[in-house]
Design a protein. Structure first.
Length: 174
């Protein structure tokens, strides 16, 4: 099952239960695992330029957000939110109403890391310059770096925060 359908299927079919079980089995592996892709979920208000405009959209439905949260409760780390806990980092801008130029975006592309991968997390963000190219996608590539670190206890996941953030588009790591 494709990752982008994991959250959607959790509320629409029995396949969702199987997908969460599979994600849980991946999390437990003793190797770095990254679940990356377009999840079609806006996890928090921080992940939308104007969250009130998205309340009637499946990307922001409570069921979609709860399903994403269920993955975090399994222990997965949201890499971009881990690196940028208080920043509005977006990965998608509609083509209408000059959304990209106004930075009126949403974050629907995600990297979820198991404990082993989270311990390797370096930097990450979005490649805004790519979204600005002629005839580009409505998504900007999101990216992270992972690097071997000294052995030690794996980093614990942090729940996604619901804080308002400045509209800063930097790609700084910690």
């Amino acid at each position: 099952m494709a990752i982008r359908h994991l959250v959607r299927s959790s509320t629409t079919s029995s396949n969702g239960s199987n997908a969460f079980k599979y994600a849980k089995s991946l999390f437990a592996r003793d190797k770095p695992i990254v679940l990356a892709g377009d999840y079609n979920v806006i996890p928090t208000e921080l992940d939308a330029y104007k969250p009130e405009r998205w309340v009637d959209d499946a990307l922001f439905f409570p069921e979609s957000r709860a399903a994403y949260q269920k993955l975090l409760w399994q222990g997965w780390t949201d890499a971009i939110r881990e690196l940028h806990p208080d920043e509005a980092i977006y990965t998608f801008w509609d083509y209408f109403r000059n959304a990209f130029a106004r930075n009126a975006g949403i974050r629907i592309d995600h990297f979820l890391l198991n404990a082993r991968a989270a311990n390797m997390l370096g930097t990450g963000g979005d490649a805004l310059e790519v979204r600005g190219w002629d005839k580009s996608s409505d998504h900007a590539p999101a990216w992270i770096t992972l690097a071997e670190k000294s052995k030690g206890p794996a980093r614990r996941s942090r729940k996604v925060q619901k804080a308002k953030a400045p509209r800063n588009r930097t790609n700084k790591g910690r």
